[in-house]
Design a binder for this molecule. Structure first.
Ligand SMILES: Cc1cc2nc3c(=O)[nH]c(=O)nc-3n(C[C@H](O)[C@H](O)[C@H](O)COP(=O)(O)OP(=O)(O)OC[C@H]3O[C@@H](n4cnc5c(N)ncnc54)[C@H](O)[C@@H]3O)c2cc1C
Length: 272
């Protein structure tokens, strides 16, 4: 490794990894820097599966990005020779119809092109998807989850709602919290609960408007940043990497990303 690079990617979660890959595809001599080991569980991109769908609750510029992301995920499948996108073959089937009704499962949109994405930065898990992602908005809190996929059991999570940082986040999940998740499953999704397989904490970085930020630093033009993926960025990782790589080599991104520029916050706050 020589000491000179045309591009440096700092942070190799989903977004940084794909950006590095896209730079390499463009023949750019690039370096990736990660503060933890590859595939670590200290950021946002670990875990076994993610949800991907075409529709968005916001009628905005994400649809073309999602379309492109689907194409790129399929390209990745071809290259890897592995199935990454799985269709749930019946909405809420594994969760019990009555339970889903009672629980106000809110993820009705996007069933036509909804997929389970079985991948993370470290490895790929291929399995049988039974049902769609579920969202529970109940008096006990707002929970999200995934059906069992292959040998990975049902996933249920609760947003702690605590503002934190990567250095100060509480990484422990105590037994009482696990018990309350079992209670929620038993109450609203009977049959979905089973023996605990693993407990993991994860960071979500939210912007105030829940839109991503992809932009160039206003004072340091050679610095680009992509962040604030607001709990829904994984599905877009291939297209975000493509956009960042295009910007890094001075090209125009193939998609309209004006709505993701950081200057929108200046308009809200009046601070440049
Ligand atoms: C529980 C959970 C469920 C989710 N479900 C979905 C879903 O169903 N569908 C979906 O599309 N999205 C989902 N998301 C969101 C998605 O996972 C994230 O938007 C995405 O993983 C963000 O990737 P990232 O690369 O920006 O962040 P990260 O994966 O956190 O990567 C950032 C990297 O930068 C490194 N880093 C930070 N600072 C430095 C430094 N100074 N030097 C070197 N390295 C540094 C970190 O160690 C980390 O590896 C979910 C997120 C969570 C947490």
């Amino acid at each position: 490794m020589d000491g000179s690079f045309d591009a440096i990617v700092v942070g190799l979660g989903a977004m940084g990894s794909v950006t590095l890959y896209q730079l390499a595809r463009r023949g750019i001599h690039a370096l990736g820097i990660e503060m933890f080991e590859p595939g670590h569980d200290q950021g946002s991109s670990h875990g076994f599966h993610r949800m991907i769908r075409m529709s968005s609750s916001q009628d905005d510029g994400y649809a073309p990005l999602a379309e492109r992301a689907f194409d790129l995920w399929r390209e990745a499948e071809d290259r890897a020779g592995s199935l990454l996108l799985r269709s749930p073959h019946h909405h809420h089937r594994s969760l019990g119809r009555g339970a889903a009704r009672r629980a106000r499962a809110a993820d009705a949109g996007g069933t036509a092109r909804q997929r389970l994405l079985s991948a993370d930065a470290a490895r790929v898990v291929v399995g049988r998807a039974r049902g769609a992602r579920f969202l529970l908005d109940v008096p006990e809190g707002s929970f999200y989850g995934m059906p069992a996929v292959g040998d990975v059991g049902v996933k249920i999570g609760l947003s702690a709602g605590e503002a934190t940082t990567a250095r100060t986040i509480r990484r422990t999940i105590d037994d009482a919290e696990i018990a309350s998740l079992h209670d929620v499953l038993d109450r609203y999704l009977p049959g979905a609960s089973g023996p605990e397989q693993r407990r993991i904490s994860c960071i979500c970085t939210y912007t105030v408007d829940r839109d991503f930020v992809i932009d160039r630093h206003p004072d340091h033009g050679s610095v680009l940043f992509g962040c604030g993926f607001s709990g829904r960025g994984y599905k877009f990782a291939p297209v975000v990497g493509e956009i960042l790589a295009d910007l890094a080599i001075g090209g125009r991104p193939s998609h309209d990303i004006a709505f993701l520029r950081a200057e929108r916050f200046a308009k809200v706050t009046g601070v440049e």
